[in-house]
Design a binder for this molecule. Structure first.
Ligand code: ADP
Ligand code: ADP
Length: 231
């Protein structure tokens, strides 16, 4: 599903070249549940932005569901992103003036889906995250955990092949973080491919596989013990 080979990403800062990624090879298969961990500045966000087709590598190849994205221009990349990727961010990014239903339906507008069908799909996604009873609320009428569940519903509404979450629990207290991770666990169980960027070990422990990034490379790739098992 996700195949990165020899990926590098360099940024130019004045005359200085920053090597954010430095030779990443990675395969992530369908229905995997992956945590991306590592210290600040190690390259996690850069890697996530590449996997999410928000950015292109300096060199190397990225094949997503059989399509080589490395040579794509911005428009083509945006199309792949809209079709394949659902994003969840630390800071929710909901539109405050729109209802919960309209926030979740929003990504479907760009696909030219008629309004009634958008609302049907958005309602379904909100039911999936347990918010079928909050369709008409505004984001500021919801708790932080509920807002993040709306953001998850918005990420899911287009039926993406990959759910990519960047520090999804970074703005939540520990109880609410657990709730969100329980939701990701459930999505994984129902077949969704999930990739979570986090620096919190408790969060990473929910995933089945942990990739540790350091200095722009993947330095560790481990399968996690099933949760609940004694070490
Ligand atoms: P992490 O997400 O692990 O904190 P990043 O991927 O954000 O790491 O950053 C990796 C390295 O690339 C860091 O040295 C960072 O300063 C640099 N970097 C990230 N984005 C940019 C950018 N847009 N321009 C220049 N340097 C960047
Ligand atoms: P923060 O840690 O400041 O809350 P976010 O989790 O909101 O950061 O965003 C992480 C990264 O994703 C940033 O580099 C940001 O520019 C980018 N980003 C945030 N929202 C969007 C969006 N709706 N579409 C594309 N990129 C986004």
């Amino acid at each position: 599903m996700i195949r990165l080979a020899g990926i590098t990403k360099h940024y130019l800062m004045g005359d200085e070249e920053v090597r954010a990624l430095d030779g990443v090879d990675l395969h992530i298969g369908r229905n995997e549940y992956v945590a991306l961990i590592g210290p600040s500045g190690s390259g996690k966000s850069t890697l996530m932005n590449l996997i999410g087709c928000l950015d292109s590598p300096t060199s190397g190849s990225y094949v997503l569901n059989g399509r080589d994205t490395s040579a794509m221009g911005d428009n083509e990349l945006a199309k792949v992103r809209n079709e394949e990727i659902g994003f969840v961010f630390q800071s929710f990014h909901l539109l405050p003036r729109l209802t919960v239903l309209d926030n979740v339906a929003q990504p479907l507008v760009y696909r030219g889906i008629p309004r009634a069908e958008r609302q049907r799909l958005a309602t379904q996604a909100l039911e999936q995250v347990g918010l079928g009873n909050r369709l008409g609320h505004r984001p500021n009428q919801l708790s932080g955990g509920q807002r993040q569940r709306v953001a998850v519903a918005r990420a899911l509404v287009g039926k993406p092949s990959i759910l990519l979450a960047d520090e999804p629990t970074g703005n939540l207290d520990s109880r609410t973080s657990l709730e969100i991770m329980a939701l990701f666990d459930e999505l994984h169980r129902s077949g969704q491919t999930v990739v979570v960027v986090t620096h919190e070990p408790d969060i990473a422990a929910h995933c089945r596989r942990t990739l540790r990034v350091s200095d722009g490379r993947i330095v560790e790739d481990t399968m996690n013990a099933p949760r609940g098992a004694t070490p």
